[in-house]
Design a protein. Structure first.
Length: 84
């Protein structure tokens, strides 16, 4: 499970904590609004479904997320696939 200090947006190094705080304070309705949270989601696009998952949770800190290792690894596969 991801910790609050782990990065949710690996492109822009935005931690899960930053995203959760942003959601609490600004209550964005769509994930694209999280771009104002240090650019989260505006790079490769990998983290967007996860940002959406946090938005949809009443308690975002409880959202189901992979381990940081699996998360980073799956992103690599995602990016490799997009390149070909
Ligand atoms: S990991 Fe967030 S845009 Fe690439």
């Amino acid at each position: 499970m991801m910790n609050d200090d782990d990065e949710l947006c690996l492109c822009f190094h935005v931690s899960k904590r930053k995203v959760i705080n942003y959601i609490r304070i600004h209550r964005p309705r769509v994930p694209s609004q999280l771009s104002e949270c240090y650019g989260a989601g505006t790079g490769c696009g990998w983290c967007r479904p996860f940002l959406r998952r946090l938005l949809e949770e009443a308690q975002p800190e409880q959202a189901e997320l992979p381990s940081p290792e699996a998360y980073a690894q799956q992103r690599q596969q995602y990016r490799d696939k997009r390149k070909t």
